[in-house]
Ligand binder design. Structure first.
Ligand code: ATP
Ligand code: MG
Length: 140
């Protein structure tokens, strides 16, 4: 294992219910260090660009509407095996399938409003981190 970075987003359902601190505590307890963080309200164009990989999926339009329904908290997480570790802490996409004790099991409202995003590979993490942060904003 190596020290990696991954892009995390606390989604609008989490900010609306004031859960950012509770979710951050879960990430930190799992050994992930928040080395950059900002709260922002995505424009439609930004959400569409971030999720462009899903443009052909039936849920794409609704997903972009949801992701622009309120503020998000974008963060860079750093730690051993951070990409996989973050996805383990988040749990399965659908909270109905998420393991006990995961963020999505405990906090997600639905398969769409599932509280957190995490990059799915080191390659995508690099692209997604660059989407939100400049190098100067990441302090390891
Ligand atoms: P994320 O990319 O947000 O970390 P993920 O990798 O677990 O989640 P993806 O398949 O990349 O899941 O889907 C991206 C997001 O699109 C999901 O997190 C969820 O918000 C939404 N989504 C995925 N599948 C569905 C679906 N069947 N219906 C509605 N929304 C969905
Ligand atoms: Mg994904």
């Amino acid at each position: 294992m190596a020290v990696e970075r991954t892009l995390s987003i606390l989604k609008p359902d989490a900010t609306r219910r004031n859960l950012t601190g509770q979710i951050n505590a879960r990430l930190e307890a799992a050994g992930l260090r928040i080395v950059a963080q900002k709260r922002l309200w995505l424009t439609r164009a930004q959400a569409e660009a971030f999720y462009a990989v899903h443009a052909q999926r039936p849920f794409y339009n609704d997903l972009c509407t949801f992701m622009t329904s309120g503020p998000v908290v974008a963060q860079v997480l750093e730690g051993e095996d951070a990409v996989t570790r973050n996805r383990d802490v988040m749990g399965a996409t659908n909270p109905a399938n998420a393991a006990a004790g995961t963020i999505r099991k405990d906090f997600a409202e639905s398969i769409e409003a599932n509280s957190a995003h995490g990059s799915d590979s080191a390659e995508n993490a690099a692209v997604e981190i660059a989407f939100f942060f400049s190098g100067l904003e990441i302090v390891g």
